[in-house]
Design a protein around this ligand. Structure first.
Ligand SMILES: NC(=O)c1ccc[n+]([C@@H]2O[C@H](COP(=O)([O-])OP(=O)(O)OC[C@H]3O[C@@H](n4cnc5c(N)ncnc54)[C@H](O)[C@@H]3O)[C@@H](O)[C@H]2O)c1
Length: 272
């Protein structure tokens, strides 16, 4: 049995699409706050020949993440970590979004930094939504990148936010900045870390947005995308596979925007 271990936190549509690309012939751990999501996906993957383990994990809880790290470390050499555990603005309050999307991501990166095998890499799924924020000040930028994880949620400009869309955007901006800052530390261990900022990708999470309180806004965005359609989880997996493979060995600390042109449209269509 392979001693190579791939950890996917968040067993949703994007996580599973990536797992199918990078976990063939390896030991795959699916971690999710809803264990039934992980178990359901595990069954499908086992039928397709994958070697899958499941574990309940709340990425916003240190004890829970420690258990995941222990579980993965005992299985073998951790060569891949992909964090797709996340909530969208229609699914949670600002407070919960910060806990899961901002703090949870930072916590995972801290917790796995020292246990990843040399040559391994981590990937975080951010969002094009972060690209809609007005520029942050340098102090805010630095704070998102470098503030110790346990202090992140106490930052005054985080505490001041109470709407879930702003919380989502700031959290996802925080993900890309965190990844950039962490790449330096990860480099010392011979590992890499990157972020993919995704646009509208057809998944249960996107469906909640397309049918939630901001549905007009999302549907309008979808119908005006430069590429003319929403994305599929497999299109995110195409990019993830490249970044995490040997071909991506020179890529670290990077954030890749893959959004069908949503950001381009948002900022520059007004120029016509
Ligand atoms: N689908 C999109 O359009 C889109 C766009 C941009 C970014 N993203 C990001 O991609 C990531 C994956 O989203 P998806 O579309 O695959 O969604 P999904 O709903 O299919 O999967 C998300 C999974 O994360 C799990 N999860 C939620 N909170 C958790 C927690 N605290 N701990 C552990 N697991 C938790 C959920 O139970 C679910 O199984 C998210 O971070 C999301 O913000 C998605």
């Amino acid at each position: 049995m392979s001693k190579e271990v791939i950890v996917i936190s968040g067993s949703g549509a994007i996580g599973i699409a990536i797992a199918r690309r990078i976990a063939v012939g390896k030991q795959l751990i699916l971690a999710d706050i809803k264990i039934e999501n992980a178990q359901m996906q595990a069954q499908e993957l086992r039928n397709a020949g994958f070697n899958v383990h499941t574990i309940e994990c709340d990425v916003s809880n240190r004890e829970s993440v420690n258990k995941l790290v222990d579980f993965a470390s005992k299985l073998g050499n951790i060569t891949g970590l992909v964090n797709t555990a996340g909530l969208s603005p229609s699914q949670a309050s600002a407070k919960r979004l910060f806990e899961v999307d901002l703090y949870g991501t930072a916590l995972l990166l801290d917790s796995f930094a020292h246990v990843m095998a040399k040559g391994g890499s981590a990937l975080v799924i951010g969002s094009q939504s972060a690209y809609r924020l007005e520029p942050l000040t340098f102090e805010q930028t630095k704070a998102l990148a470098l503030t110790p994880t346990e202090d992140l949620l106490n930052l005054p400009f985080i505490q001041a936010v109470d709407d879930s869309l702003s919380a989502y955007q700031l959290s996802k901006r925080g993900n890309a900045l965190r990844v950039q800052a962490q790449a330096v530390k990860w480099g010392h261990h011979g590992t890499r870390v990157n972020c993919i900022s995704a646009g509208i990708i057809y998944t249960p999470l996107a469906n909640d947005e397309l049918n939630g309180e901001r549905k007009e806004f999302y549907r309008n965005m979808l119908s005006n995308l430069p590429v003319g359609r929403g994305g599929s989880p497999d299109e995110i997996a195409n990019l993830a596979e490249l970044i995490m493979s040997e071909k991506g060995a020179y890529i670290t600390g990077s954030d890749f925007l893959i959004d069908g042109g949503a950001t381009a449209k948002y900022w520059w269509d007004k120029q016509d």
